[in-house]
Design a protein around this ligand. Structure first.
Ligand code: PLP
Length: 442
């Protein structure tokens, strides 16, 4: 399906890349790809090259690019009223969206919703809400976590040194503890004979020797670590931590920004672990490309004092319309079931690929949130960083857009609505690209 006719970037793309590099602040930039249009899993660049999207605009386009129902809802809303400050006034699309999210979010009981514009903002709101409602000041997060880049959120983020370097002092009172990564166990133990030490250590060591439980407002976690390398914890890890938190009155904050909205084959990744978090943060695919985020929390935690937290753009009319239409598509097209089914297909292909290449140390994930980790040697597990980067470049040259994560992993996150045929094609191109790079190194 992909059709690559020029270098990437081609002549038109090159002009855009040059102007962008000249004026846009230094950000992340993963590839010199200048997009012109996109439809579901297909992406055309300005030079007429056709790609398959296995990155989904960094986990935003779960229902595919420019879904017609979402485009229609956005166009209709834009023609009526684009913005009216939902924090100060009222309108139907916002009320309907918060009702729906309050009912849809994981966990029992009645909930309320704070709307904002990005994943980081949804985390900021959770931090402020946790301090406000508990009267406690401190937070716990995980090594390998990514919760965003604003100064509050980056205080929790801990997946790459570059995210935090030179920003000290960050928010004080954040303690990072190791996440459960069975492929690279921080305690060099084996699951299940480890007895889940990675969870128990929180109570038996951290809350005993370092932190007074009654000073800890909340534990922030990703049910599957995203930027940190698509790490899926063993099934008892998060339930055990939730139990410990509950026993000390520590709130649990579930960051579903990347793993939510059906990506893992359940609407929320927390459902895989039977969790009932106090607060859930969502963004990315919530708006299918319109910037919108939500912090959904147990009703009793609400600020209750006007002005204690608010913003200008949260609940923007067009973003709410986009989000409502996206939720309709997820329901009507059984998108969550699609993700569960196609995820099995992906894992099967990944296992085959692992069987063929020594350099693939691990393949993992849930639903259509999958990754493979490259190592220099399966025994020493030294991360093969250059190999991973070369494979991502080879994929692009062959027409598949993919992103790295962790030190030496590639994440595979096509739209959940990708055709099975194109999913197979993408997995085949992945195998070819690995073969090209690994052969080059031999
Ligand atoms: C799990 C998680 N939380 C929070 C964020 C921050 O989201 P944003 O970039 O929209 O601020 C991200 C972004 O990648 C994320 O993956």
């Amino acid at each position: 399906m992909p059709n690559i006719r020029t270098d990437i970037p081609g002549p038109k793309g090159k002009a855009i890349v040059e102007m962008d590099d000249r004026y846009l602040a230094t950000v992340t930039k993963s590839a010199p790809l200048a997009v012109e249009r996109a439809q579901n899993e297909k992406v055309w660049d300005v030079d007429g090259n056709l790609f398959l999207d296995f990155a989904s605009g960094v986990a935003v386009m779960n229902i595919g690019h420019c879904h017609p129902a979402v485009v229609k809802a956005v166009q209709e809303q834009a023609a009526k009223v684009m913005h009216f400050a939902g924090t100060d006034y009222y309108y139907d699309v916002q009320s309907r969206l918060v009702e729906r999210l309050a009912k849809l979010a994981p966990g029992a009981g009645e909930k309320k919703v704070f709307l904002s514009n990005s994943g980081a903002e949804s985390i900021e709101a959770a931090m402020k809400l946790a301090r406000w409602s508990t009267g406690r000041k401190q937070f716990v997060a995980f090594l390998g976590a990514f919760h965003g880049r604003t100064l509050g959120a980056v205080s929790l983020t801990c997946s790459k040194r570059v995210h935090r370097a030179k920003y000290f002092p960050t928010v004080p009172g954040v303690t990072h503890i190791p996440y459960a990564n069975c492929y690279r166990c921080p305690y060099h133990l084996e699951y299940p004979s480890c007895g889940l030490w990675c969870a128990k250590i929180f109570d038996e060591v951290y809350l005993d020797a370092l932190l007074s439980p009654d000073e800890v407002a909340a534990l922030f976690f990703e049910p599957v670590q995203g930027e940190g390398g698509y790490i899926v914890p063993p099934k008892e890890f998060l339930p055990e931590l939730s139990k410990i938190c509950r026993s000390h009155g520590i709130l649990t904050v579930d960051d579903e920004v990347q793993a939510g909205m059906g990506r893992t084959g359940k609407m929320w990744a927390a459902e895989h672990f039977g969790l009932s978090p106090d607060v859930t943060c969502m963004a990315k695919s919530l708006g299918s490309g319109m910037p919108i985020a939500a912090t959904v929390f147990r009703k009793e935690l609400d600020w209750g004092v006007p002005g204690a937290h608010s913003n200008t753009y949260g609940g923007n009319c067009v973003a709410c319309a986009s989000s409502l239409a996206s939720l309709d598509v997820i329901e009507k097209e059984n998108v969550v079931e699609q993700a569960a089914r196609k995820g099995v297909q992906m894992q099967k292909r990944l296992e085959e690929i692992k069987g063929r290449f020594e350099s693939v140390g691990d393949v993992r994930g849930l639903g259509m949130m999958r990754a493979l980790e490259f190592v220099e040697d399966r025994r020493t597990k030294v991360p093969a960083v250059k190999m991973r980067n070369d494979i991502v470049s080879a994929l692009l040259r062959r027409g598949v857009i993919a992103l790295g994560c962790g030190k030496s992993s590639i994440r595979l996150i096509p739209p959940l609505t990708i055709s099975e045929e194109n999913l197979d094609t993408g997995m085949h191109i992945l195998e070819e690209s690995i073969s090209e790079v690994v052969k080059d190194r031999a």
